[in-house]
Design a binder for this molecule. Sequence first.
Ligand code: AGP
Length: 614
Amino acid sequence: MCGIVGYTGTKAAKDILISGLKRLEYRGYDSAGVALERAQEGGTTLDVIRRVGKVAGLESELAGVDAASTCGIGHTRWATHGRPSMVNAHPHVSCDGRIAIVHNGIIENFAELRTELEGRGHRFASETDTEVFAHLIEEAYAQTHDLLAALREACARVVGAYGIAAVCADEPGVIAVARKDSPIIIGRGEHGSYVASDIIAVIDATRDVVVLEDGQFARLTPADIEYTDAQGVPIEPAVTHIDWDIDMAEKGGYPDFMLKEIYEQPRVVRDTLVGRMTAGELDIDELGLSMEELNLIDRVYVIACGTSYHAGLIAKNLIEAWARIPCEVEAASEFRYRNPIITPSTLVVAVSQSGETADTLAAIRDARIKGAKVFGITNVVGSPVARESDGVIYTKANKEIAVASTKSFIGQVVSLTLLALLLAQVKGKLTTGQVRMLFRELGDTAEQIQWVLDTQGEHIRDAAAACVDAHSALFVGRGMGAAIANEGALKLKEISYLHAEAYAAGEMKHGPIALIDPGFPVIAVATKSPVYDKTVSNLKECEARGARIIVVATEGDDDIREIADHVIYIPRVRDAFCAITATVPLQLLAREVALMRGCDVDQPRNLAKSVTVE
Ligand code: AGP
């Protein structure tokens, strides 16, 4: 998530902006910048300073900038559109350089807006979606001569999510702010007015803040703050007193990053799908492969590690079911040493949240040497996996801080689903109408995740209490449920240190059932699917031996209660998409067990967020 800070008052703006941006560093970023108003002979101008890299580098560059400026905006960028670079760093400016903006969010219709604006002579300097805002405001300002009114007009043209702050050299001391789907906090301090994307950036100046709501606007000046609705009608939003300490503020009020990131998953689904259906057609043009090249693909390997490998297991089900081409999923560390069969019509998909996992990178290089086309799916723009692949889809999960992957996994599954849909359409196995229907249902998983988060917490805590003293646990499922069981087992063991393993439910009777003794936890994914009845009969075998049975089931399924000790429900969803919703209860279950066992859910022992050694 990018970071925004703005200040207008009586103190040196650059010091306030830099200290605020430093407070936002934990969120992850690749570049930073500020726009500062400077009074000069005959008026005011804007100094815009941007740097790739750390805020400290920006700070040293500002050392030479006049400290007299008392109004400015600052930004830390986590690249989503356009690689990390100086020209893509915020703030972005209008053609005449007299308006500067910083933005957090994604503009879905930026391509058409950019074409329209370029058609009217606007010159773009960056690859970002954000820059369209600067030019839209510039055009509106020429009519309104009022920055906030111009911002309202610009926002009316934009489809997507934004937290945005703008300054204008013709309105010294004014910061115009708007919010839709991307957090904006505003407050008055002793020395002026503050805006930020996160309370942590302004908490030293004020704890009494307005959390701007969607469709609300604000005009900050050194002396006061005015709020309006989208029509410019004055409003009086409620003021919230924040009593969090710094640590809580960094986590947005959540007790740990893992829970914060689990709750960000509906947003990850929406953001990863933004711009992926254009004029009714799938749009994955970053693939770097033509439709003809895609149509020649006759085998897919998904190579990855850990949780990313489990995303591959889900992709296998989808690619083979929809596109009807073989898909093999392999641990990258194994793939590279077994001399796999690769031909020019083999597509290798490398999945990596960090984009820098050594095993995955080595496997990519090996596959390319053997002539395969390689396609990356990663959460880090410009990462080695992205750079060394022929094409790449970025999961729009923003930085994931907890070591245990949650939201990035969901982003990977959504991205792999898009790839499976594209392959199926190119191969003529799904019609355009079917693809559109599935795309819509894929988007619905965001609300389904939210339903789980809103309603299943107590059932999950009860189930966790049933596992906390176990010495081991079995995760079972069939079909998509078997793939999900793998991720559930990894989550539990990596953060609670409780041994767990995943097994295809049909395999239980071929050995693992010997493990079952009274109270042994069996955690099953038994959502409504073509293999539901078979899964239930496997669970009955476990129940007969005294297992404690926890089931992730489909809302409305009361029969499952006859064998389950604990039931966690997810909304009814097409089997193809149940991995997105059924994984969430298992993430939460693992976290609850870990907390009950006194474990650090964000920084589990022995683990690193990216494994850059083989
Ligand atoms: C995920 O919960 C684990 N921390 C780990 O298995 C991780 O998925 C694996 O190391 C791969 O990382 P990557 O996605 O960054 O390549």
